[in-house]
Design a protein around this ligand. Structure first.
Ligand SMILES: C[S@@+](CC[C@H](N)C(=O)[O-])C[C@H]1O[C@@H](n2cnc3c(N)ncnc32)[C@H](O)[C@@H]1O
Length: 354
């Protein structure tokens, strides 16, 4: 990673025009061979580069973060407008070197990038977890991923990815699809200020569970034995924590809290084929850890080996759903407000998802 100020004269490692080497590989004018595995699809049309920069609304005072500058064609345009461009590039043949997913991000006002598509989801959630929050990110994604980010309830592409992103940011597809290829779209992401007043881990535990079978009713999802077992374990742990006032025994109990949905989700998707996602399950990491496989795995283990759910606890869960008319809802059609409301209702009953 390195940064360049206006007029620093960024050295560019290669050209941007498509050429073919002797082996028929895709190369730039410098002869650099581009690697699909690194998501190296280079922007060749200067009008597209310019349009992305224009859409970003770069101010002369802005520190701009660029992910994957590649041969630097977007970078040089950003440098014309920004105070500073900090660019992070995985490929050591490109001048500025670093893995975006591993580096600690510096302060930035704006992020502008034509990203490697293979890390779209973790990259987006790394950005959204960054503090202080930036003003906006203008990102070129693969078209289908962009559509999933902006999908609304009842859209077939609506998923945990959309719900989580839209909880943390306002997301809008720019009215701009780069010609001539129609496989990319530019999305503008504006983190919400202030951030939503919700524990993201817990929110994600609930959403993950609900979208494990997004076309099933919530009643059916919450009646699953493994779900009830994991929820009851959390319920008991929270009760112990409250009883102990957060002391040493409370800390021991806290270790037992588990995130919901992962193992159930994985199995159910495999069994169900009902279009449930989420291929991005572990990517939506915010605040130092996803609803982890380990947590979900614990739930899965209990289901196979496990303890019984008390009838009283099952009744409590079902009561929250039925009293509030939620049992017949399907997550594929639920809005963010409905999820928030449901989480508040469960929490008020002492039921927790992480
Ligand atoms: C889609 S290309 C964009 C190149 C250039 N910005 C353009 O628009 O023509 C994505 C770039 O990201 C780089 N890249 C891939 N994975 C990365 C990572 N984890 N961290 C930083 N850069 C990465 C690739 O080497 C490639 O140069």
């Amino acid at each position: 990673m390195s940064s360049k100020g206006k007029g620093d004269g960024l050295r560019v490692a290669g050209g941007v025009q498509k050429k073919t080497n002797r082996k028929g590989a895709n190369t730039g004018v410098s002869g650099l061979e581009f690697h699909k595995s690194k998501g190296q699809h280079i922007l060749k049309n200067p009008l597209v580069v310019q349009a992305i920069v224009d859409k970003a609304g770069v101010k002369s005072t802005d520190v701009v973060l660029e992910i994957g500058p590649g041969t630097g064609n977007l970078t040089v345009k950003l440098l014309e407008k920004a105070k500073k461009v900090i660019a992070i590039e995985l490929d050591p043949r490109m001048i500025i070197h670093g893995d975006f997913m591993r580096v600690e991000l510096p302060y930035f006002d704006l992020c502008v990038a034509n990203i490697p598509y293979n890390i779209s989801s973790p990259l987006t959630f790394k950005l959204l977890a960054h503090r202080p929050a930036f003003r906006a990110a203008v990102i070129m994604y693969q078209h289908e991923f962009a559509m999933r980010l902006v999908a609304k309830p009842a859209d077939p592409l609506y998923s945990r990815l959309a719900v989580n992103t839209q909880l943390l940011a306002r997301v809008g597809k720019n009215n701009f699809r780069p010609p001539p290829k129609v496989d990319s779209s530019v999305v503008r992401i504006e983190p919400r200020h202030p951030p939503p007043p919700v524990n993201f881990m817990e929110w994600d535990g609930l959403v993950r569970l609900c979208f494990s079978r997004k076309n099933k009713t919530l009643g059916a999802i919450f009646r699953q034995a493994n779900t009830l077992q994991a929820l009851e374990a959390n319920y008991r742990t929270y009760q112990a924590l409250q009883g102990n006032g957060g002391g040493a025994a409370g800390a021991d109990a806290a270790v037992g809290i588990q995130s919901l949905g992962t193992a159930a989700g994985d199995d159910d998707v495999a069994m169900d084929h009902d279009g449930a996602d989420d291929d991005d399950d572990d990517a939506m990491t915010v605040d130092g850890g996803p609803a982890s496989k380990a947590g979900g795995g614990a739930a899965g283990g209990r289901r196979r080996g496990g303890s019984r759910v008390s009838p009283e606890f099952k009744e409590l869960v079902m009561k929250v759903l039925t009293d509030n008319g939620l049992d017949t809802n399907r997550s594929s059609k639920m809005s963010q407000e409905e999820f928030l409301n449901m989480l508040a209702l469960f929490n008020a009953a002492g039921i927790h998802f992480a």
